[in-house]
Design a protein around this ligand. Structure first.
Ligand code: SF4
Ligand code: ZN
Length: 760
């Protein structure tokens, strides 16, 4: 433990606590202890004080005990003669500094001095405290206050599931503007969230990035907090709130919160430029959270000791970094920080000759630009992934069996079969369809390749441009191999791919694949809500509907249509702390409407108490809530004693007098509204579709696009319901968009809903 650091942290803490005390006393004297104090857009009060001490700061007076606590943590600077090399005092100084910094920011908000006005910024979440005149004179904008809860949730999930490996709090200013840009780009490249604060002699990295035209904001993962060191408190507030939000901790559980951060939140501090007392003190505060500081100047280091598992303060002087350019130096600095903290970085290298990434997923390959296509009208293509024993897979082996692309005229069509064998200790046959469905996303990530559909209706195009760069059939295998390892490494250990273009072999394997699809279909049909003990939650959408949770059962998929019960099961296996958690159904309270004790409990918990009970199979009694991504809206049509189903793709008027987009406002937002519900379209085909209210026979009106695109599935439903002509008895927008006309049509068609018990 460095005496130098201990001394400077203690000095910094003493000074800041004194400043906060004076400021607080003065403001209370002027405004009164009852004056409200709040950070905007967060339910966590002043989060560090709330998390560490359990204090819900709502007024200036509530800040007094916070400062008293901070004061108690102060130590004098170490004595020259009596020096005990103890980390504890430095950590105390750090915590005192954080509490004082948060107090100052809280008081500043009360005084209308926060967020710091700054020309040129606009961040969705920050509430503006600057005057309209200021905004217009200065081109608008201000630095961010605390990150709002909604944004926190959206990033938090990514932090938890690894898409966003961690965050970097940069304090100070880089040597040059070029260095500032290079450092931030290195962090962005790795999806690391970057918070900016502080300055060196009045110059902040925020100024540097702004001068270089770097776009800052939530979307680019670069969040400028403020030009003083104190504003770095928001980074630690963010860390505290992560533990409260995702770790399920309560205010006051300081030990758990710090440990959560130490083990789960991969963050670090980059101290750029001269480090003064306050920065040492703040760095000491970060150490309590397990966040090391990496400085680009010469400072003493804190290396691993008995109590610490890794370095806490690292010095990597910019001028001594062995690299020719600012970019290379930045890369080395960031790399070092990542190593020190042990940040897990997920960058999938896909060995193909065209650019690869999710930015290319939406690309379309037009016929005139196409080298060759597989599937569609003129040929057939299928994908089949199956699990086999470990010793039956040669990992990384990719074979192409049959004629190459060159054998085909430009713009032609070929048969194709992509057959994949996987093995893994945690692999289950149930996960085969889950992994197989990913091929669509995997292949689409390649620039110049278009993929549509799945199973035996896959349709793939390779553009001339991609072919020109050397993309060939084997690369489908390379993509699938790389991505399965990268994304599903938790369940898949080995991957082998065979690409068939030989027509006879394609036909032979297509038959095997179809038998497997058939088997899976039957397995799915037999998988009922009664035959399993656990359903799954999906909380992915809490990023924007913070009180919404999808309850996903074998017979009711997530309302976005993207997550069924098996997907959730696999997702949980891959990421046990992720957004899909098993939930025991518990005791059945009402088998018809689908009330279960376990589900009610989880609904209360995940909705933060806004929902008390939830029915799995009813729209009329305590229906499931919705975020905003439902494929369809189901809504009561009282006149017709039934419901209508409106597809997201249907722009027309409905018998409710509203279009989909207006209805969406009523159905979404995590509210429980009886008579309105957002659903995934395949829920319509489930025997459990509003079975508590009479089931599918209640559907009196349905967007025609659903009738067309799901004709076969809906016909099966009609037969199951014992009314083979049922679909033709259901109206759509081409028939009527008015409730009176609807009733007349239903009477004419003999729709069963008119004869059923009153729906409410
Ligand atoms: Fe999850 Fe889809 Fe529901 Fe969102 S809509 S919570 S992604 S299942
Ligand atoms: Zn959603």
């Amino acid at each position: 433990m460095s005496r130098y650091i201990a001394t400077r942290a203690a000095r910094g803490a003493n000074a800041l606590v004194a400043e906060a005390e004076v400021m607080l006393a003065k403001t209370i004297a002027e405004r009164g202890a009852g004056t409200p104090v709040a950070f905007p857009n967060t339910a966590y009060y002043l989060p560090v004080a709330f998390g560490m001490l359990g204090h819900e700061v709502k007024t200036l007076g509530d800040l007094r005990p916070v400062m008293e606590h901070a004061h108690k943590l102060l130590h004098p600077a170490p004595d020259d003669n009596l020096w005990v090399p103890y980390l504890g005092e430095t950590l105390d100084s750090g915590m005192a500094t954080l509490l004082a910094a948060e107090t100052i920011e809280g008081v500043r908000f009360t005084l209308g001095q926060q967020p710091e006005p700054y020309p040129g910024f606009h961040l969705a979440g920050g509430t503006s405290f600057t005057s309209p005149e200021f905004e217009s004179e200065n081109g608008g904008g201000h630095l961010n206050g605390p990150i709002d809860d909604i944004q926190l949730r959206s990033w938090g999930i990514q932090l938890v599931d690894g898409r966003m490996p961690g965050f970097a709090a940069i304090v100070g200013a880089a040597r040059t503007n070029a260095a500032a840009v290079a450092i931030v780009r290195e962090l962005q490249r790795r999806n690391i969230l970057t918070f900016l604060s502080g300055n060196v002699n009045g110059r902040s990295i925020i100024d540097q990035l702004r001068e270089e035209g770097v776009e800052m904001g939530y979307d680019t993962f670069i969040v400028p907090f403020g030009r003083d060191t104190i504003s770095a408190i928001y980074a630690l507030g963010f860390a505290t709130r992560s533990a409260l939000t995702f770790g399920g901790m309560k205010g006051g559980q300081w030990r758990d919160i710090l440990l959560y951060n130490k083990f789960r939140v991969f963050a670090f501090v980059l101290a750029l430029g001269e480090v003064d007392d306050l920065k040492y003190a703040a760095a000491a505060g970060a150490i309590s959270y397990g966040f090391p500081t990496i400085a680009d100047t010469v400072i003493p280091q804190i290396l691993p000791s008995g109590v610490t598992r890794y370095e806490h303060v690292i010095s990597m002087p910019w001028n001594e970094i062995g690299a020719a350019t600012e970019e290379e130096k930045a890369a080395k600095l960031v790399q070092r920080a990542i190593e020190v903290r042990g940040v897990k970085i997920k960058m999938t290298e896909v060995p193909i000759p065209v650019p690869y990434g999710s930015a290319f997923e939406g690309e379309v390959v037009r016929k005139k630009d196409m080298r060759v296509e597989f599937g569609g009208k003129y040929s057939r293509a299928f994908e089949y992934l199956r699990m086999v024993d470990m010793d039956k897979v040669e990992d990384g082996k990719i074979e192409v069996i049959g004629p190459p692309i060159e054998s085909m005229a430009v713009g032609g069509a070929m048969d194709l079969g992509i057959v994949i064998k996987v093995a893994g200790r945690k692999m289950q046959t149930d996960f085969e369809p889950v992994l197989e469905r990913q091929i669509h996303y995997f292949v689409n990530g390649a620039s110049g390749i278009q993929h549509i559909g799945q199973r035996d209706i896959a349709w793939i195009r390779i553009s001339q441009a991609a072919y020109g760069k050397g993309f060939n059939l084997r690369h489908f295998g390379d993509i699938v191999h790389a991505r399965l390892h990268a994304d599903f490494g938790a369940i898949v250990d080995k991957v082998q791919v065979t690409i068939f273009t030989d027509p006879a072999l394609v036909a032979e394997w297509l038959e095997k694949a179809r038998a497997a699809y058939d088997f899976r279909n039957r397995r799915l049909a037999n998988l009922t809500d009664e035959t399993v003990e656990e359903f799954y939650t999906c909380t992915l959408c809490q990023s924007f509907a913070p009180t919404h949770v999808c309850l996903v059962s074998p017979q009711r998929l997530g309302l976005c249509g993207a997550y069924n019960w098996l997907d959730c099961k696999a997702s949980y296996e891959i990421n046990p702390t992720g957004p899909n958690q098993p939930v025991r159904k518990g005791a059945v309270l009402d088998p018809v409407k689908g009330f279960y004790t376990g589900l009610n409990e989880i609904a209360v918990k995940n909705s933060q108490g806004s929902v008390q009970e939830v029915a799995m199979y009813s729209i009329m009694t305590k229906p499931m809530t919705a975020c905003g991504c439902f494929e369809c809206i189901v809504m009561l049509v009282p006149e017709a004693n039934g419901v209508m189903v409106v597809s997201r793709e249907d722009p027309s008027m409905t018998p409710a007098g509203m279009t989909f987009s207006t209805l969406a406002g009523m159905a979404g937002g995590g509210l429980q509204t009886e008579g309105v519900m957002g659903v995934g379209k395949y829920y319509l085909t489930s025997p459990k579709f509003i079975s508590g209210d009479g089931g599918f026979k209640r559907v009196v009106w349905m967007s025609s696009i659903l009738k067309q695109t799901m004709a076969a599935e809906l016909q099966t439903v009609a037969e199951r319901e014992g009314d083979p002509d049922l679909i033709s008895k259901i109206a759509d927008e081409t028939v009527c968009t008015d409730p009176m006309e609807l009733v007349a049509f239903l009477e004419g068609s003999g729709h069963p809903a008119l004869m059923m018990d009153p729906i409410f």
